[in-house]
Design a protein around this ligand. Structure first.
Ligand SMILES: [Zn+2]
Length: 144
């Protein structure tokens, strides 16, 4: 399953998706993410997302590519250490990260997309305070 070869190469031609740019506040970290015309974003209430107001869209690794800023990222982990919270060391913004629910994919911060507010999204509450009971319903989101 999946197309590892497509990861990071930007050669994807699937017409169901369009590439959108995004990044951190200072511009050091930039990424592209392939999204359908309409998609769901997760409004999570876990301790981490609640503090930062993080609302994110989960995508397979093949639909995300880091354009620049790899050396500017700093990582924070807690609890199981599975989720890799990646922050720009200059401006502190987490524009994307690797979520515990989908360690094979990426969670892109909705508001870190250049045109995020213009996109057709459905905000879906995710009860991250009861993560173990709810995480399974997110697993398919990082599959190609
Ligand atoms: Zn930054």
């Amino acid at each position: 399953m999946g197309s590892q070869e497509a990861t990071g190469l930007g050669g994807m031609t699937n017409p169901a998706y369009n590439w959108h740019g995004g990044g951190c506040h200072c511009g050091a970290v930039r990424f592209d993410v392939a999204l359908p015309d309409a998609f769901e974003v997760e409004d999570c209430n876990c301790t981490m997302c609640a503090m930062s107001g993080n609302i994110h869209v989960i995508v397979p690794a093949s639909r995300f590519r880091l354009v620049q800023g790899k050396d500017n990222l700093r990582e924070y982990t807690f609890n199981t250490g599975t989720a890799r919270h990646l922050f720009c060391r200059t401006c502190g913004i987490k524009s994307f990260y690797i979520p515990r629910s989908n360690p094979d994919g990426f969670a892109v911060t909705w508001r870190a997309l250049d045109d995020g507010m213009d996109l057709k999204v459905t905000v879906v509450p995710f009860d991250g305070q009861h993560w173990e009971e709810n995480a399974a319903r997110l697993a398919h989101k990082s599959k190609d």
